[in-house]
Design a protein around this ligand. Structure first.
Ligand code: B16
Ligand code: MG
Length: 217
C-alpha cells in the first residue's frame, strides 16, 4: 500500500537541467574548453561538487580545492540568476496535478533533491505548499545513489520505506530508492531507467489510481 510519494526536483517537477547546462557551459568557456549538451547528461542528479569534477575531467584540468570551491561558487551564482526568474509556467506537464491528487488521496508528499537551491525553485514556482516535507542538498551529507535523501524524507513523513514510492529522472536516484527499500517510478526513457519498477515519459502519463494499482501489494 502506498502512503507516501517522494519526488526528485530537477527533471521530475521542473526542468532546471537547462539552466544548470547554460551555467556549466559558461564556466567551461571561461576555462577554455567546450561543454556539450551530451556532456551535461552526466551531471543530472549529481551534486554540485561532483559535477565540477566531471566538468574538469572533460576539460582535462586538475585544480586544487580552493580553486574548485571558487569555480563552483561562480557557476552557482550564474545558476541562481537564472532560477530567480522562474515562475509556475516552468512546472513540467502533469506535475502540479499529480501533487494535488496525492494530497486529495491522503498520500503524503516529500521532496528528495540533491540541489541546495531547491527552496528558491519551489518558492518561485509556487509549489512549496504542496509538500509535507522538503529534503534537499542542504540536509544531506551523502549524494544519490546513497539512499540518505529518501530515508530522511520517509522519516520526516513518519512513513516506513516499504510504503514509499520515489519519482526520479536519474539512474542514481532510482538506485538510491532501491537501496532505501522503496518502490520507484522512472520519469524518462526505459533505456536509462530500466532499474525502476515502472517508467513513464512524464507525470502526465500516470495517475494516482494507476500508481495505487501498480503497487497494491
Ligand atoms: P545545486 P535533483 C540536482 O537536482 C540536479 O539534477 C543536478 O544537476 C545538480 O548538480 C544538483 O541538483 C545540485 O544542484 O548546484 O543547485 O545544489 O535532480 O536532485 O533535484
Ligand atoms: Mg533529477
Amino acid at each position: 500500500e502506498i502512503k507516501a510519494c517522494l519526488f526528485d526536483l530537477d527533471g521530475v517537477i521542473v526542468d532546471t537541467a537547462k539552466y544548470h547546462f547554460i551555467a556549466w557551459r559558461e564556466l567551461a568557456e571561461t576555462l577554455g574548453f567546450e561543454f556539450t549538451e551530451q556532456d551535461n547528461e552526466r551531471l543530472k542528479g549529481v551534486s554540485r561538487a561532483a559535477s565540477l569534477d566531471i566538468l574538469l575531467e572533460i576539460g582535462g584540468l586538475s585544480l586544487d580545492e580552493a580553486e574548485k570551491a571558487r569555480l563552483a561558487e561562480q557557476k552557482n551564482n550564474r545558476y541562481v540568476e537564472y532560477i530567480a526568474k522562474m515562475d509556475s509556467s516552468e512546472i513540467l506537464p502533469g506535475a502540479l496535478d499529480f501533487l494535488k491528487k496525492c494530497r486529495e488521496s491522503g498520500i503524503k508528499v516529500a521532496l528528495g533533491s540533491a540541489s541546495k537551491n531547491a527552496m528558491t525553485i519551489l518558492n518561485n514556482t509556487g509549489l512549496t505548499p504542496y509538500f509535507d516535507a522538503i529534503i534537499d542538498g542542504t540536509h544531506t551529507s551523502a549524494a544519490k545513489p546513497d539512499p540518505e535523501v529518501f530515508l530522511l524524507g520517509a522519516q520526516a513523513l513518519a512513513v516506513s520505506p516499504e510504503h514509499c514510492v520515489v519519482f526520479e529522472d536519474a539512474e542514481a536516484g532510482i538506485l538510491a530508492a532501491t537501496r532505501a527499500g522503496m518502490r520507484s517510478v522512472g520519469i524518462g526513457s526505459p533505456a536509462t531507467l530500466g532499474a525502476a519498477n515502472i517508467v513513464v515519459p512524464s507525470l502526465q502519463q500516470i495517475s494516482v489510481t494507476e500508481l495505487r494499482e501498480s503497487f497494491a501489494t
